[in-house]
Design a protein around this ligand. Structure first.
Ligand SMILES: [Zn+2]
Length: 181
């Protein structure tokens, strides 16, 4: 059994903040503004995961009115989301995502973003895809007023810990939840 989720997030770009995407601090004159570290990519992935299991969105689980989430590393939130998936009997299968930013060039930082997200969700690096695009200077991202991110995640049902003898005998192969490519 599989489930699918989608996430979308935007944060404004301002002077005096660090630019953090996919858990990577990227040198840039401006950074994303938010209650947390404003990591739009990880927020979109969290939302996709929560959406896939019908658990609402990141704002419901980590409200920005809560002081404990002030400037929090969003990777901590992603790991908490993974626990919520586990509690529902699901694990991430694969993730595809797109960051929309006019600047800076993100390609050099994508491998480390993949490393971070794969580690936090407990999947192989090959199961995390991150694309970066501009909007050809159109719109708020094109004017460098903000950065947006989209994510789609597929979740795979994890086997129940306790299975009957009959069932466990017939299960010859491991669950594809942790498959490696
Ligand atoms: Zn956000």
């Amino acid at each position: 059994m599989m489930r699918i989720g989608h996430g979308y997030d935007v944060h404004p770009l301002v002077v005096g903040r660090d630019l953090i995407l996919g858990g990577v601090k990227i040198p840039h004159g401006k950074g994303l503004l938010g209650h947390s570290d404003a990591d739009a990519l990880i927020h979109a992935i969290c939302d996709a995961c929560l959406g896939a299991v019908g658990l609402g969105d990141i704002g419901r689980h980590f409200p920005d009115s809560d002081a404990q989430y002030k400037n929090i590393d969003s990777r901590v939130l992603l790991r908490q989301v993974r626990e919520q998936l586990r509690a529902k009997g699901y694990a991430a299968g694969n993730i595809d995502s797109t960051i929309i930013a006019q600047a800076p060039k993100l390609a050099p930082y994508v491998p480390q973003m993949i490393e971070n997200i794969a580690a936090d969700l407990g999947v192989a690096r090959g199961d995390v895809n991150i694309k970066a695009t501009t909007t050809e200077r159109l719109g708020f991202t094109g004017r460098e007023e903000g950065i947006a991110a989209h994510a789609v995640v597929l979740l795979i049902k994890t086997p129940l810990k306790k299975t009957s003898k009959k069932k466990s005998q017939t299960r010859e192969r491991k669950t594809p939840a942790r498959r490696r490519r």
